[in-house]
Design a protein around this ligand. Structure first.
Ligand SMILES: [Zn+2]
Length: 305
């Protein structure tokens, strides 16, 4: 069942059980913005019904990144009349190219989506792209909701190469750039850039409430600690010159702040990124994820990731 809290006047966090997903809802006078749509028609309908319990306003959607629980509900919202679906250009491209491949992740909880059978099961690609500046990286895209503006922000690579954050008043919806109650998901991440991105986010002094992609809202101190923790984990791995195949690596991993599983994924990801010439996806907007390896296994829909 959806659980909703009002974080500020007309600003809501809607939590649904599957994937511990947080959806955001921001009301203007003329339109409402929905942040992330769920993993398929079941979850999307639950979210949509909750949105409609709160408002009858025309809807705009944003997908924070190209992981299945963020965009596989788009078709339901599209069918219900959502006018625009926003995303970072790399996220839109990843959904277009690899969205179908991610159906395998939702077999248990969204079987209709997994098998592309029945209404609301198409992959709907975002049709509005946020500003993308690959020199500075940081961009701000205002969305006018009528007497209120929500700002779609890109601060650089982090959890993926196309994470969008959404700010309104003193509330910041962070997508999975901030996570609560679970370790950060490093499979498709840019760990060193993620630290920089979190630091840039905390330098914006205006935000008081940070809504993570999963779990409970947190404060600025939590985000600072998350940056420190990732930085320390990366530093530990780098400074110990771990051999990914060595027996001692496993023991060393237990000294890090994350679970052994998350640490192993972080180690594998750093190794993969090191094999490339750069870990900065902003260096080349036209990079091909398949050949470059920049986009990780979750986005690509690779089983066992
Ligand atoms: Zn994700």
């Amino acid at each position: 069942m959806a659980r909703t809290i009002e974080l500020a006047d007309g600003v809501y966090r809607i939590a649904t059980d599957n994937y511990r997903l947080n959806t955001g809802l921001i009301l203007g006078l003329e339109k409402a913005l929905v942040i992330d749509t769920g993993a398929g028609p079941r979850q999307a309908t639950e979210i949509y019904d909750e949105v409609r319990r709160i408002t009858r306003l025309p809807l705009i959607v944003v997908n924070t990144h190209a992981h299945f629980e963020r965009f596989m509900g788009n078709d339901v919202f599209h069918a219900m009349g959502a006018e625009e679906i926003w995303a970072h250009p790399r996220t839109a491209r990843a959904i277009e190219k690899y969205g179908e491949a991610q159906r395998l992740y939702v077999e248990t909880l969204e079987p209709e989506m997994a098998h592309h059978s029945g209404p609301g099961t198409d992959i709907v690609v975002p049709d509005r792209l946020i500003a993308s500046d690959h020199i500075e990286g940081v961009t701000f895209t205002p969305i006018d909701l009528g007497s209120r503006t929500a700002t779609l922000m890109y601060f650089g690579a982090a959890h993926t190469d196309g994470d969008v954050l959404v700010g309104v008043e003193d509330v910041l919806f962070t997508g999975s750039v901030v996570e609560e109650g679970v370790d950060p998901a490093f499979s498709d991440a840019y760990p060193e850039r993620w630290v920089e991105t979190l630091r840039a986010v905390t330098e914006l002094q205006r935000y008081r409430i940070y809504v993570p992609g999963n779990g409970e809202p947190v404060d600025r101190d939590y985000v600072v600690r998350m940056a420190d923790t990732i930085e320390q984990a990366v530093h530990s791995i780098r400074s110990s010159a771990l051999d990914a195949n060595a027996e001692a690596t496993t023991a060393a991993m237990f000294k890090l702040s994350f679970s052994p599983g998350a640490t192993r994924i972080l180690l594998d990801r750093l190794t993969k990124l090191d094999a490339l010439s750069t870990d900065d996806p902003d260096d080349d907007q036209e990079i091909n994820p398949v050949t470059s390896g920049f986009t990780g296994p979750i986005t690509l829909g690779q089983p066992g990731s």
